[in-house]
Structure formats: structure tokens, C-alpha cells
Design a protein around this ligand. Structure first.
Ligand code: ZN
Ligand code: ZN
Length: 357
């Protein structure tokens, strides 16, 4: 018994160290130190609250204690003799050792999908899953922020795997680490998938941070943990997913530079007057801009605005007009400014007068 308690505490401490080693640096990197450099990657624009994070850290600590207990009850008691765990790699093969990790992830994804659907049943949602959904704009700290009842169901996966497939301890550790990293990525709040990912077959198979973020922002759909299979088969995938993913990646890869991020931040915070101000003072002060320069600037910023679709289409139509004249430009500006409710001011008049045609 003493041995069990000792092992239990070691496992909890290791779990918490793993959590701190991944979630804390990621949070510091994306949310504090380089926040301004990754504005284009941010999936939702709202700011996060410190109170929520404190609650998420508390919940996660409880969750890790429960998951560790469940794992220890199997691994450090006579129950281990009934599992399919093996210590000698040659009992199976290196190929199985490698394959057992994705096999574990596939089983976990299926288990998670159905468990998650069940947790969204009205009664269970209100009783337990609502805790995880309190994080509508998740950060890495939300990854393991569950109700204790949900923690029990979630934590059964390792015991379940140990009884279903032969697993070497190294495969179990690898599974735990992969699962943890993917889960934290799903709650990162930033899309960091590389550009090539969109055109590879993996895009149709794997989840992304945007994918799980939509589950949090909408409260339904995209129930899968690692893969898109089940959501696709059962029609529970959020239809907005691909559009939102492409929008974020376009933002990142078309104009991923500091100047863009700065402008984007202004537009995203509905600070178009400040953007115009910046444009006048910093960029157009020395050289009078041409109409096309200014329009191309606006064109780059348009996808980032949250304008009603019909207004956006009108602006796009203006931008697509080959022969842009002063009147077209005036209409465009009027439309933009009416949408953003920006009062006419001297700077704007100055800018309009300065434009070359
Ligand atoms: Zn959910
Ligand atoms: Zn989540």
C-alpha cells in the first residue's frame, strides 16, 4: 500500500510537471511575449481573463489527480497481471511497437467521440461537461479543465487500452505524450499549422486547433479529438471549419509581417480611424500615395474585418472595378466609413485630397 501511495504521488507530480512544461511556455510565448507578432494566427479576437485561467489550472490539478489514480490502480496493483502490457519488445515486434501508438490514438479518438457526444446530452452537459465549455475562447490551460466526473470517464482510456491491445511501457509513454501535445494544440487559441498542411491528405484526416476551437466557440459540432473521421461520417462537422481555417491561413501566409499585424490589430479592434491615422503619418507623409496603393492596402485588410457580407461584397466589387476613379473611391470610402461608423475628420479629408489620380 505504501508503495502504491508513493507511486501515485510520483505520477501526479510527473503529470503536473508535464503540464507546466508545455502549457506555461506556450502561454507565455503566444499570449504574453510575442502576442503582437501572432495576431494573424489568433483564432478568436476576444481577450482572455486571468480569473478563467486560475479556474482552469485548479480544475486541471484535480483532473490530473483523478487520471493518475485510475492509471495507478491498474499499473501498481495486481490488476496489472490482467492487462496485455508486455516488457520485452521481442514478445511482439518493433513494427508493432511503432504501430501500437497510432492504434492507441485511433481507439482513443473513437472512444472520445462517442463519450463526447454523450457528454453533450442535455443532462450530462449541465451536470459535468459545462465546466470544459466555460472556456469559450480556450488557452492551453483549458486542455484539462474538466468536471471531476468527466475526468473519470476521460481517464479510463489508458486502463481500457491496456486491456484491449498489447502495449509496451514505451508505447504507453509515447501515447500519453502525443495525446497531451495534440490536446494542448487543440486548445492553443492560435492556428500554427504549416502552409503545406492544407494541400496534403492529412488535412482531411487530422484535426487542427481551429477545428477544436470551433467546438468551444459554438458549443457543438467537431466532437473528434485527433481525427475528422467520425464527425465526417456522422455529419457533425462544423460547416464553417474550412472557411475559417482558410481565412486564418490566408491572413498568416499572405501578409505575415509585423507591419501587417500592427494594421490588422487596429482593424480587428475596429480601430479604422487609427489605421488611417497611421497610414497618413507613417506611410503617406513623405510620399503621396496613389489610389492603387491605398486600395491594395484596404484590400489586404478587408478579409480581417467583421463586416456584413453584402457590404463586403459591394466593397469587393469596387475593388474589382478596372477603371477606378475618384468617385468610385469616394463611394468605397463612404461605404467603409459608414460600416465602421467613423466620423469625417480633417485627416481623412486631407488624405482624400492628397490622393493622386
Ligand atoms: Zn464538448
Ligand atoms: Zn476542449
Amino acid at each position: 500500500m505504501e508503495n502504491f501511495i508513493e507511486n501515485y504521488f510520483i505520477v501526479i507530480i510527473l503529470e503536473l510537471i508535464k503540464y507546466c512544461l508545455v502549457a506555461v511556455p506556450l502561454f507565455f510565448f503566444y499570449y504574453i511575449r510575442y502576442r503582437k507578432d501572432f495576431v494573424a494566427n489568433k483564432i478568436q479576437s476576444e481577450n482572455i481573463s486571468v480569473k478563467d485561467i486560475k479556474k482552469e489550472i485548479y480544475n486541471s490539478t484535480v483532473v490530473f489527480s483523478i487520471i493518475s489514480l485510475l492509471n495507478c490502480l491498474i499499473l501498481y496493483t495486481p490488476l496489472v497481471n490482467y492487462t496485455l502490457i508486455y516488457r520485452d519488445i521481442s514478445d511482439y515486434s518493433i513494427i508493432w511497437l511503432l504501430l501500437s501508438i497510432p492504434a492507441g490514438l485511433l481507439i482513443h479518438d473513437t472512444y472520445f467521440y462517442w463519450m463526447h457526444r454523450l457528454l453533450h446530452h442535455k443532462k450530462l452537459f449541465r451536470r459535468a461537461h459545462i465546466i470544459h465549455h466555460q472556456s469559450t475562447n480556450p488557452t492551453p490551460f483549458a486542455s484539462y479543465s474538466f468536471h471531476y466526473l468527466e475526468a473519470i470517464v476521460e481517464g479510463l482510456i489508458i486502463p481500457l487500452l491496456l486491456f484491449i491491445i498489447p502495449l509496451h511501457p514505451n508505447a504507453v509513454y509515447s501515447f500519453v505524450v502525443f495525446s497531451f501535445i495534440i490536446n494542448v494544440y487543440g486548445h492553443l487559441g492560435y492556428e500554427i499549422a504549416p502552409k503545406w498542411f492544407r494541400s496534403s491528405f492529412l488535412f482531411n484526416v487530422l484535426n487542427t486547433s481551429t477545428y477544436h476551437n470551433l467546438h468551444h466557440s459554438h458549443g457543438y459540432g467537431n466532437y473528434g479529438l485527433y481525427f475528422r473521421f467520425w464527425d465526417k461520417i456522422l455529419g457533425t462537422e462544423n460547416p464553417e471549419y474550412i472557411r475559417l481555417y482558410d481565412e486564418i491561413q490566408d491572413r498568416r501566409f499572405i501578409k505575415n509581417n509585423q507591419e501587417y499585424n500592427q494594421k490588422y490589430l487596429l482593424i480587428r479592434n475596429k480601430q479604422l480611424p487609427q489605421y488611417i491615422q497611421m497610414a497618413i503619418q507613417k506611410e503617406y507623409h513623405q510620399n503621396t500615395p496613389t489610389l492603387s496603393e491605398f486600395i491594395s492596402d484596404l484590400e489586404n485588410l478587408l478579409p480581417t474585418t467583421s463586416m456584413p457580407k453584402d457590404k463586403l461584397d459591394k466593397i469587393r466589387h469596387y475593388l474589382a472595378t478596372e477603371e477606378k476613379d475618384y468617385h468610385t473611391f469616394q463611394s468605397l470610402m463612404d461605404l467603409l466609413f459608414s460600416v465602421q461608423r467613423i466620423p469625417e475628420n480633417e485627416d481623412l479629408i486631407l488624405l482624400r485630397n492628397q490622393l493622386k489620380f
